[in-house]
Design a protein around this ligand. Structure first.
Ligand SMILES: CC(=O)SCCNC(=O)CCNC(=O)[C@H](O)C(C)(C)COP(=O)(O)OP(=O)(O)OC[C@H]1O[C@@H](n2cnc3c(N)ncnc32)[C@H](O)[C@@H]1OP(=O)(O)O
Ligand SMILES: O=C([O-])CC(=O)C(=O)O
Length: 454
């Protein structure tokens, strides 16, 4: 066993009695209620998922293992010669909740080197897709294609599945996915946009730096990759990509099936694809400016044009957050401290939208949160460093999100969480309960819709 897997074993075994006690002794304690609006409106705010990997406060934003973004960046060991931690150190931290020592980080780096080879047949499968397939289709297909390597599925089908040790095989798959996904993403980038000119892995580099190397990027981009993957890793359990991954894995589908499904959710424009939409929106607006400076007036007019056309302003609003996303702020601070980027035209436009959009959205009066989310700020950084193919941006998100989703499925199995199966009701039932002022929870029998007459 590696140091990380060993430590994780201790952590999972120490945690199990807490879950057992909660279920056995306090299982009937009520922690939430559900109203009709929540039932129709996407289960918003219903507390019915458990994770210790991250927690999202509506005002403060995300904490990874109890730490805010600045605290996380501060606490973790840094990559050599960099202000940013390696993704490997963050992976150790997400899984165990402990800040690793430099030796423990080195151990994960060494472990990832043995895991990061993507099988050749995966590349062949992706080459068989039409080149104009969306890169998220390629990423999701690539992950799914690797399912034949699943150690969890192999153990299950061999008849040796054991509930207490199942997490160990999930950990193996999860680690393989995390180590391989940047290599897969770099392959897709080179296939789609660089005429299939592939760059081999540099075994001396950490995960973020190697991704930068494999897409032919600059030295400075290595930190961009590390920062980006860490910031996009996790956002508690209810978001579409994390929840889908958890749901699919709850049927004991292995991590490859589960994460391919999660990626398909991330590809939605209201979720991860919003970063691509943001860049598209900004460039369209810039084109219309025809060389003129962005001002509060012309940005206001463009925002209203989008809203009046019945569209959402991409990168603004959030299902849970009610303040500016700290991931937005972390990336904005990166821009402000980076020579060249802080005076970049597109960054200035993004800043002007930040000054303007919350007021416009408040006046529009629909969204519960007029502030920017992570997607409003991420694309401009990629664009500045020359990664201009914005339909690729959600792939970057998918590389980062693998960290959170894979840490979560490892713990899901460690704690033996059940197959997820919420109850659905009919519209007629809702109407009956609406008329009665609520559902009588003392009766077990629910009103059934009348049997249609023959
Ligand atoms: C990584 C991420 O996934 S972060 C989110 C990325 N997505 C985006 O940036 C897309 C733009 N934003 C949105 O569409 C939404 O704010 C979401 C999907 C993020 C959250 O949706 P909800 O929880 O339903 O938001 P909320 O309760 O505030 O929505 C109320 C109304 O305001 C509208 N609204 C919300 N955000 C916006 C926006 N940015 N622009 C215009 N209208 C908006 C909703 O469409 C909804 O309208 P409706 O009543 O006509 O259906
Ligand atoms: O939390 C959400 O619903 C969406 C989001 O910001 C994320 O998944 O990163």
């Amino acid at each position: 066993m590696t140091q990380l897997k060993d430590r994780l074993k201790e952590k999972i075994e120490a945690h199990r009695p807490r879950i057992a006690r909660l279920t056995k002794e306090f299982g009937s304690v009520i922690i939430d209620k559900v109203d009709i609006a929540q039932c129709i409106g996407g289960a918003r705010d219903i507390r019915c998922l458990v994770t210790d990997i991250s927690y999202l406060d509506p005002q403060e934003g995300i904490r990874f293992r109890g730490k805010t973004i600045p605290e996380t960046f501060e606490a973790l060991p840094k990559a050599a010669g960099s202000e940013y931690p390696t993704v490997e150190s963050f992976w150790y931290f997400l899984l165990t909740g402990e800040v690793p020592t430099p030796e423990q980080v080195q151990d994960v780096e060494t472990e990832f080197k043995t895991r990061q080879q993507v099988p050749e047949y995966v590349f062949q499968a992706l080459r068989a897709l039409p080149l104009d397939s969306h890169p998220m289709v390629m990423l999701s297909s690539g992950i799914l294609a690797m399912q034949r390597d699943s150690k969890f599925a192999a153990v299950y089908s061999s008849g040796k599945f054991n509930k207490m040790t199942a997490w160990e095989h999930v950990y193996e798959d999860a680690s393989d996915i995390v180590a391989r996904i940047p290599v897969l993403a770099a392959f897709i980038y080179n296939l789609k946009y660089r005429g299939d000119k592939q760059i081999p892995i540099d075994p001396k580099l950490d995960l973020g730096a190697n991704f930068a190397h494999m897409i032919g990027q600059s030295e400075q981009y290595k930190d961009v990759a590390r920062m980006y993957f860490i910031l996009h890793s996790d956002h508690e359990s209810g978001n579409v990509s994390a929840h889908t991954t958890h749901l699919v894995h709850s049927a004991l589908s292995d991590p490859y099936y589960a994460y391919a499904a999660g990626l398909n959710g991330l590809a939605g424009p209201l979720h991860g694809l919003a970063n691509q939409e943001v860049l598209g929106w900004i460039l369209e607006f810039q084109k219309k400016l025809n060389g003129a400076e962005p001002t509060k007036e012309n940005v206001t007019a463009a925002l209203w044009e989008t809203l009046n056309a019945g569209q959402v302003v991409p990168g603004y609003g959030h299902a849970v957050l009610r303040k500016t996303d700290p991931r937005y702020m972390a990336q904005r601070e990166f821009c402000l401290k980076t020579e060249g980027l802080k005076d970049d035209k597109l960054f200035k436009l993004v800043s002007m939208i930040f000054e303007t959009a919350p007021g416009v959205l408040t006046e529009h009066g629909k969204t519960k949160n007029p502030w920017p989310n992570v997607d409003a700020q991420s694309g401009v950084i990629q664009w500045y460093y020359g990664l201009k193919e914005w339909d690729f941006y959600t792939v970057l998100f998918g590389v980062g999100r693998a960290l959170g989703c894979m840490a979560n499925v490892t713990w899901d199995r460690g704690l033996g969480y059940a197959i997820e199966r919420p109850k659905s009701v009919t519209t007629e039932m809702l109407e009956t309960w609406a008329a009665a002022g609520g559902r009588d929870t003392n009766t077990t029998a629910a009103p059934h819709p009348p049997t249609p007459k023959a």
